[in-house]
Design a protein around this ligand. Sequence first.
Ligand code: NAD
Length: 275
Amino acid sequence: MIQMRTTGKKVSIIRNRKRQSEEVFQQLRYKLKKNNFILTEKHPDIVISIGGDGMLLSAFHKYESQLDRVRFVGVHTGHLGFYTDYLDDEIDKLVENLKYDTGAKVSYPILNVKVTFENGDTKIMRALNEATIKRSDRTMVADLTINGVHFERFRGDGITVSTPTGSTAYNKSLGGAVLHPTIEALQIAEIASLNNRVYRTLGSSIIVPKKDKIEITPSRPGFHILSVDNSTYSYRNIAHIEYQIDNHKINFVASPSHTSFWNRVKDAFIGDIDE
Ligand code: NAD
């Protein structure tokens, strides 16, 4: 029996439900098989997401327990995204780069979110973009503590804590700063804070360094909505939430076509302006 020689690299491909993504998926699967990659969902070395930034977020969460061994690659079926290095017409280039891949990676910090409930139970989650706590029925009232220092009592719609790569997502819409992803820091941004003679918050976003611990303690009983990237949970009994930079990072395949961060920011938010 003739045995097919493999590259030894195990690849998992995940895609969204759009027809265009399905077509790219079929094409990519065929080309990877032809080039002797092993396609497997279980313990891949490389995870390729096909879709947009949202799909890369889903890929991250699917493999978040294997972050130390997995490297990600994003293929975008629209414009180039923040987590996507290849466009859908660059499949040949992607396969070629993966054939000669040496295992090099680019790593970015992620967020660790620890929710403690009133009964003492805890739940730990990880975010690639951000975690957002909100209240939808009434004004959210919560105490913000940084490294054990009570910083402010927040009143408003909610608070986001974002990673550097998440700084261009929800954080930016809230007026937060855009952080280069190699800066190991978290950013806290307010969502519609109440500021008047009685109530006061800082009003601007805050960037905290690597080792700092952020804590949010809701002070009004009731349901809170916690969003972690593209997943949303509703909890009635949160005692407090702690946020820190996680011990693990997300690793991307360092590809020759890795677009510079500032090019992505310019492409996404400014574009080419005719003067
Ligand atoms: P979605 O389909 O509503 O997409 C939101 C948009 O955010 C998309 O255009 C996506 O490309 C973009 N995006 C995602 N990550 C990004 C990043 N790191 N930098 C720049 N743009 C980014 O929702 P989804 O696909 O499920 O994504 C969830 C994300 O949506 C959340 O993590 C949050 O950052 C973002 N969001 C933004 C707002 C807002 O800007 N007002 C509100 C809610 C959620």
